[in-house]
Design a protein around this ligand. Structure first.
Ligand SMILES: Nc1ncnc2c1ncn2[C@@H]1O[C@H](COP(=O)(O)OP(=O)(O)OP(=O)(O)O)[C@@H](O)[C@H]1O
Length: 786
């Protein structure tokens, strides 16, 4: 041992038998059996160490309660410490000293001593507890400790080996406690704990947690390092290759050299799955052997660019906040309560099981009722990008799945193109107009997109590698449920959307369309006032639709007119009343259509149902001299022709009763015309109206202008029930009809009709064609006079 000459010595300072020279330390907790280094800097500590070395006495190493305290008194020290013999002592370059000690036993401070130039105290030994330690507990701790030391950086191999040699559980726990990366306070608690079993339990708990955390950190590090290594290696090789080529004067003027480097870098950064990455780099290597300007090389570069531009990485899913989703849905859409509730349920299920196979929601309904915009709201609520894939008229599989790369000008199919546009592998993708899918392979390709068992490995013919679509949120829209190919329909959950009634349209216009269109036109709130009766006139006179698309367009046109006036400085705010409409938008297109057409014998108003919602249909019958032929023109399907034939037969059978001259059927040709309009899906339901039109013509009595009718007729003269009542009734109300005649057997459906439509309309019920005449014909002035 060395120590500096000239320092003070205290030979005469005798300590009592049971006393120790104390060495307060700030952050070290030595344990018995451990060899540990210490650096001392405080003058009192240097003195204490010198005295101990000189008198060959052990030190009492004890942890301060407050590490920042420079001269702790008795209350500033923990009560338990470790006796340490000094193995080596070296003075430092300045006033400090370094020593190596070995811990020998635990002690407890019993009385501080005064009158010494260092801290000293009487101490008492601390006996070890006697609770037996099961061998498995000690072995568990030993195993955990070796795992921890393997994971921790800088733990010397010898220490790990030492672990294996210690047999006594108390010593084992002290060794582990000394080496584990625990805070000093926790180590102190372990030092004060006399029972080895208690120490083992506490250490086991702590080590388990630490090992778990370290293991995860290591895994993450290792993965990151591995992929970085691979990418860096590829990139560096490529860059070296480019500079070697440059040096050799090869392709010195080849602009694609740097382009290729960029491509390689982009490929390395694109997050490609390993198989795709391997394929991409091997193709890149193949490119090196091609003439850079050849068509093949260009096509290959295009393909590589596609790979770099696709969203291969899965972004972190923002957790869906259901209250916020409700807010978004309400903000974007008026009404649609049932649909919104179902969407929220769907989002809740997705939130609970993000990887689960949620059904594909398919919105079915007439145009302009908000199918697409619901999809956009869902994307907004889920905080994901929205993309649309229009399927109308698509029949070729290649349009969905792309052409093989060998085709000239080949491109990926629509699915992959939309994913690139969305830029996120978990986007919301709306398959628009699934009912308009043409015949051909497209629907089979689409099936693969929809099928959760297959879409994780979706293969576009152009890409030629799998792309995982399983995290895309798929939605679909259609106008007509029956036209969706059955296998697709089976995989979707249908959400029917109906046409809106006039009140609903007015509310949507007031709350949504007007504010949105004003903002789009750049008008500030207050610069334009559109009165409710203006909106009402707009709906009635300028639109005839189930949804609100045309209404939205007309409102847009109105507001642009206002914006023009404000921009031109001719007004600072504009109020639009309903009689301003013709000046701004031209004459109303639909108003009074019923009144205009009706009033003449031979014209009936029928109610029809078509994929675009309900509609009214005028049936016109005329009679010309001829030879008893029946001619049919206009929007007539085969079924409607049969209805017309049946109507004529019924009328002939009733000619005598009705007072129709039967010879008229021989000497005239009858002509039934249904002017253009939506093509009705249910031709048969026009039977009653055709009968009414023919009867009205031959009786020379007009039908009531406020009345429309729907019903199929049988050859026995019964009026048979029809479908699509809701749409028909809504259309009738929208067209200004006030009375509808429906088959008596449809009476049971009355409850399902919208409350408002029921209030707005009068209903008549038809059992037979005789009821049609009784209720539809204009009252004969002669009759009422009688
Ligand atoms: N209930 C509603 N509340 C507010 N706005 C609505 C509502 N329904 C429809 N709209 C608006 O009407 C417009 C047309 O709707 P959208 O384009 O979604 O119709 P669609 O049903 O998808 O039609 P298509 O079948 O032709 O694609 C949109 O601006 C939409 O926001």
């Amino acid at each position: 041992m060395t120590h500096s000459a000239g320092r003070h010595r205290f030979d005469d300072l005798q300590l009592p038998e049971d006393a120790l020279i104390l060495l307060p330390v700030r952050d070290v907790v030595p344990f018995p059996g451990m060899v540990f280094p210490l650096s001392v800097r405080r003058a009192s500590s240097v003195t204490a160490v010198e005295q101990a070395v000189r008198t060959d006495c052990p030190l009492g190493v004890v942890l301060q309660r407050d590490p920042s305290e420079d001269a702790p008194d008795a209350s500033g020290l923990h009560e338990a410490g470790c006796v340490a013999t000094v193995l080596r002592y070296v003075t430092g370059p300045e006033s400090g000293a370094h020593l190596v000690c070995r811990g020998t036993a635990r002690f407890r401070l019993s009385q501080m001593l005064r009158g010494y130039p260092f801290t000293a105290a009487r101490v008492a030994p601390l006996p070890a507890g006697s609770r037996p330690v099961p061998p498995t507990a000690a072995e568990d701790l030993r195993a955990l400790a070796s795992e921890l030391f393997a994971l921790l950086p800088h733990v010397p191999q010898v220490l790990t080996e030492a672990l294996a040699d210690v047999t006594d559980p108390g010593e084992l726990s002290d060794l582990v406690a000394a080496l584990a990366d625990l805070p000093a306070e926790d180590k102190q608690t372990l030092l004060e704990s006399l029972d080895p079993m208690a120490r083992i339990e506490s250490l086991t708990r702590h080590l388990r947690r630490r090992v778990e955390v370290l293991r995860i950190t290591h895994d993450i590090d290792a993965q990151a390092r591995l992929s970085l290594d691979r990418h860096h290696r590829d990139m560096m090789l490529r860059e070296q290759l480019a500079s070697i080529r440059h040096e050799l004067g090869e392709r010195g003027d080849d602009p694609s050299g740097s382009e290729l480097c960029g491509l390689a870098r982009a490929l390395a950064d694109a997050g490609l799955p390993p198989e795709v990455e391997a394929r991409a780099f091997s193709e890149l290597a193949r490119h090196d052997r091609m003439a850079p300007d050849s068509a093949e090389a260009t096509a290959l570069r295009n393909w590589l660019e596609w790979l770099t531009e696709l969203p291969w990485r899965l972004p972190e899913d923002a957790s869906v906040d259901l209250a916020e989703a409700r807010r978004v849905l309400d903000a974007d859409h008026h009404g649609l309560e049932r649909i919104k509730a179902r969407i929220l349920e769907h989002l809740a299920v997705r939130k609970l099981a993000p990887q689960g196979k949620a059904p594909i929601l398919c919105f079915v309904g007439p145009p302009g009722v908000g199918k697409t915009s619901l999809g956009q709201s869902i994307a907004r609520a889920m905080q994901r990008p929205f993309a649309r894939l229009s399927l109308g008229g698509v029949s070729d599989e290649a349009e969905i799945r792309g052409h093989r790369r060998t085709y000239v000008g080949a491109m990926p199919g629509a699915v992959i193109q939309q994913l690139r546009r969305a830029g996120a592998r978990n986007c919301v993708l709306m398959l628009d107009e699934v009912d308009k899918l043409g015949p051909g392979g497209a629907s089979a390709a689409l099936l693969e997109v929809l099928d959760p068992a297959q879409n994780a490995g979706f293969r576009d013919a152009y890409l030629g590698v799998d792309f995982d679509l399983s995290r895309v949120v798929l939605l679909a829209t259609a106008n007509v449920l029956d036209d969706i190919p059955a296998p697709l329909r089976d995989r979707m959950e249908v959400m029917p959307l109906r046409g809106y009634l006039e009140d609903e349209k007015l509310e949507i216009a007031q709350r949504h369309l007007l504010p949105l269109q004003s903002a789009a036109t750049g008008l500030a709130p207050g610069q334009v006032v559109v009165t409710p009766d203006t909106l009402s006139a707009l709906v009635r006179g300028y639109t005839r639709e189930a949804g609100v698309r045309e209404l939205e367009r007309q409102i847009g046109a109105l507001l642009r007119h206002v914006a023009m006036r404000i921009a031109a400085g001719t007004a600072s705010s504009v109020r639009i009343a309903h009689d301003d409409l013709p000046r701004i938008l031209g004459a109303p297109r639909h108003e009074n259509e019923v009144a205009l057409r009706m009033g003449m014998p031979g014209v009936a108003t029928a109610l029809a149902w078509s994929p675009v919602g309900g509609d009214i249909l005028f049936i016109e019958a005329t009679c010309t001299p001829g030879a008893g032929r029946l001619t049919l023109t206009g929007q007539l399907g085969e079924v409607m022709r049969e209805s017309a034939q049946a109507a004529l037969t019924l009328l002939k059978a009733r000619a005598a009763t009705l007072g129709i001259d039967a010879s008229v059927f021989e000497r005239s040709d009858l002509h039934i015309h249904v002017p253009a309009g939506a093509r009705p899906k249910d031709g048969a339901s026009a039977g009653a109206a055709i009968f009414a039109a023919l009867a009205s013509l031959l009786l020379d009595r007009p039908l009531r202008g406020d009345t429309a009718l729907s019903g199929e007729i049988s050859l026995r003269g019964l009026v048979l029930p029809v479908d699509g009542l809701r749409e028909k009734v809504v259309a009738a109300a929208a067209a200004g009809i006030t009375r509808v005649l429906l088959p008596a057997r449809n009476r049971r459906d009355l409850d399902e009709l919208p409350e408002r439509a029921r209030r707005q309309l009068g209903f008549g019920w038809l059992e037979t064609v005789d009821d049609v005449l009784a209720q539809a014909l204009e009252t004969n002035p002669a009759d009422s006079a009688a």
